[in-house]
Design a protein around this ligand. Sequence first.
Ligand SMILES: [Fe+2]
Length: 385
Amino acid sequence: MPIYHKLGKIPQKRHTQFEKPDGGLYYEQLFGTIGFDGMSSLSYHVHRPTQVKEIGKALDVSPKIAVEKNITSRKFIGFDVAPKDDFLESREPLLVNNDVHVGLAAPRKSVTKYFYKNADADEMLFIHKGSGTLKTFLGNIPFEYGDYLIIPRGMIYQIEFDTEDNRILYAESFHPIYTPKRYRNWFGQLLEHSPFCERDYKLPQDLQTFDEKGEFLMKIKKQGMLHQLVYATHPFDVVGWDGYNYPYGFSIHNFEPITGRVHQPPPVHQTFETGAFVVCSFCPRLYDYHPKSIPAPYNHSNIDSDEVLYYVDGDFMSRKGIGPGYISLHPAGIPHGPHPGTYEASIGKKGTEELAVMIDTFKPLQITENALKIDDGKYYKSWLE
Ligand SMILES: [Fe+2]
């Protein structure tokens, strides 16, 4: 996140003595990415953040692949993913490759008994249903329907839900998740043609410091395993921090669509980028206004991208038989386009209420066993006339 942010107390100069009020020093931690070349934050802890007491049993949580090489267009009934109490157990990886794991989760309970860290991947949580607070060692972020939460790898967090009715689309990205570079100037500021700006971000706030000793379970995801480490001090013991590496939120409802006289290509909807996939937000917007325009998209060939569309709300103008929570997969190598009738039916329409999240990966996705259970199995024939 290329915005400087700070919370709590920090010393005037970095890497210098920062004294506690009752004697002793706070413990500085550089929390950086890409060696020492990427974004980083400097945090100040009451206790050393390194005090591992015990290492428990590790659990294999790597996705079980059902279809390794896929050329079938598919439709998944996302709300058929069964709710589960635990936040991590509720996650069902559906479409995966070496760059990203895309899945759905319907967690019922807040995380209170352990802390969680994904050591390998930046996480994007898209909140389809539910609200609550993302709690991290760098501060808290309240979230609600339509929020993207971007959690850089290594962030220690808990998640608190207001109710048991929660639906989340998630992506675990093994590449850092950034906002698109083309919307920034050379200093990182978002430019005037960007569909969102700095004011739209939900930055961490309300830094709480827990000076506690005892046994604190941390579940750490690394290399497909969920490790369990017991720490001797409370992980949220930061009194202050500053820098650029921290979690943040962004509401899809704050994405300002870019429209035109004729159909605009998907990159105008782009919200996030990585080295291996993009994330786009399809939001309610006015349709193309050329007198002869066709608002529905043209057929297009996904020659080198797998296209994953997650349908959130509203009408889905180019698709038939789609409901909220559904996912469509249009694999690389074959064309796809509007369903029969929708192309013609879109002519003359003034706008759309569709709300959807698209994840386009540059490498093919594999289909997991979880995904096959909610696959409708006949979507690939849905363009037949
Ligand atoms: Fe497409």
